[in-house]
Design a protein around this ligand. Structure first.
Ligand code: ADP
Ligand code: ASP
Ligand code: MG
Length: 404
């Protein structure tokens, strides 16, 4: 049995007309290619945001299991609608919620990771159905509670199902024609990329390009799943995510990403003793808070250190509380949510010099102050004031000639 995964994001199922268009794409694949299809759907666009707002009227504790119960309803609704529409155009289809598949996750509510997927049920159901519409973004924990996979997590549901069912390809249908050199909504000159490596898109999505959920790329890279990111509004070929050796032309910089979802926390007057940074970060890690960029400075007399780091914006208040209530000594703690991380990514960076120089000079020419810098083999990230995001992205896009 040949199975293809087709995932439709929020805009692609944003209203009944769009769901009908998506159903047409699924039907044509079934008829032309004699495939069995797992359709993974997101919630209709805006729905999950509204569910978050309604939860926040009662609580901000996203570790509360009920947060996931509320948030997962968006996908439950769209999976039911998509399956009904498929039935109405003559496709034998039924919907499945995460727990019905089942998609087993850990119990980190609001950012659960998939542990395993049992595909027996899916295989059985394909004897009676040609399409199974799976609600994205959700799973079930060992404690028998509904979990969600983190915002944008339906991409991860799609890739995980591709792995579990050994399917040919995972097609991610979205509201842009593929992966671009930068977010086409911010950089008008951004260009569609034909082929991108797993490593590059992993760095770009971890750095905030929400076109793919980072965990979905991580899984696809580990298991060699082919991903095709394309538009649900045209039939044009989109972007193929490939292994590095399949990409002959290795640009120095392939893409530029930005993330507004981070907050900057600064601790001043920390006694400069071995093990302090370890204590701070193990405290945050025990609280399940993910720390990203880190800089440490020592005072001239060598007695005190200051530490600046970034955390996801939704974890900012909790991080401050955890640190204030801990035994860790410091004189002052400050946080800033008006920051933006801008990153340049490219596999060609490994073998070229002067990439960082161009980045810093370009930002300096625009009078943009860099607060924190971090680098990896194929990425350089800087933290700037969020007001300067658009200018920074466009200037860097020009500086690396990405429109060519
Ligand atoms: P979906 O609901 O289909 O999952 P998302 O909103 O999660 O869609 O992701 C698609 C969006 O990602 C695009 O509308 C675009 O604004 C944004 N985006 C950010 N960076 C990029 C990029 N480099 N290439 C393409 N899209 C990007
Ligand atoms: N509906 C969820 C969100 O908005 C998951 C997804 O769309 O992938 O984050
Ligand atoms: Mg998405």
């Amino acid at each position: 049995m040949s199975i293809t995964i087709m995932k439709f994001g929020g805009t692609s199922v944003g209203n009944l007309d769009r769901i009908k268009k998506a159903a047409k794409i699924v039907k044509s694949k079934i008829l032309k290619e004699k495939q069995k299809i797992i359709v993974v759907v997101s919630a209709m666009s805006g729905v999950t945001n509204n569910l978050v707002k309604s939860f926040n009227k009662i609580s901000y504790d996203i570790d509360n299991p009920e947060y996931d119960v509320i948030l997962s309803t968006g996908e439950q609704y769209s999976s039911g609608v998509m399956s009904t529409v498929l039935n109405s155009v003559g496709i034998r289809s039924r919907s499945l919620q995460g727990w019905q598949v089942p998609i087993l996750t850990d119990n980190n509510h609001s950012k659960a990771r998939i542990n395993s997927i049992n595909s027996e049920q899916i295989k059985k159901l394909f004897k009676s159905f040609d399409a199974l519409v799976v609600a994205g973004f959700q799973g079930i924990s060992r404690e028998n509670r509904i979990t969600t996979l983190g915002r944008g997590g339906s991409d991860t549901t799609a890739v995980a199902l591709a792995i579990a069912t050994k399917s040919n390809c995972c097609e991610i249908f979205t509201d842009v024609e593929g992966i671009f050199s930068s977010d086409p909504r911010i950089v008008k000159k951004a260009k569609k990329i034909k082929k991108i490596t797993y490593e590059e898109i992993l760095e770009m999505s971890s750095a905030g390009s929400k076109v793919l959920h980072p965990r979905s790329v991580e899984l696809a890279m580990k298991y060699g799943i082919k991903i095709h990111v394309r538009s649900s509004f045209t039939s044009k070929t989109g972007t193929m995510v490939v292994k590095e050796e399949k990409k002959l032309e290795k640009e120095i910089v392939t893409g530029i990403s930005s993330s507004d979802y981070e907050a900057n926390i600064s601790l001043k007057g920390i006694p400069d003793k071995p093990g302090i940074a370890g204590n701070i970060f193990s405290l945050l890690s025990r609280a399940n808070i993910n720390v990203d960029m880190i800089v440490q400075n020592i005072t001239d007399d060598g007695k005190y250190a200051s530490l600046t780091f970034t955390v996801p914006v939704e974890d900012c208040s909790r991080s401050v509380k955890v640190l204030k209530e801990s035994k860790i000594k410091f004189k002052q703690i400050k946080f800033d949510k008006n920051i933006c991380k801008v990153s340049i990514v490219g596999v060609g960076m490994k073998s070229n010099v002067g990439v960082a120089k161009t980045m810093f000079e370009t930002l300096a020419k625009k009078n943009i102050n860099i607060q924190v810098i971090s680098t990896s083999e194929i990425k350089i990230s800087v933290l700037i004031n969020s007001k300067e995001k658009k200018v920074a992205l466009n200037a860097l896009h020009n500086a690396y000639n990405l429109h060519r």
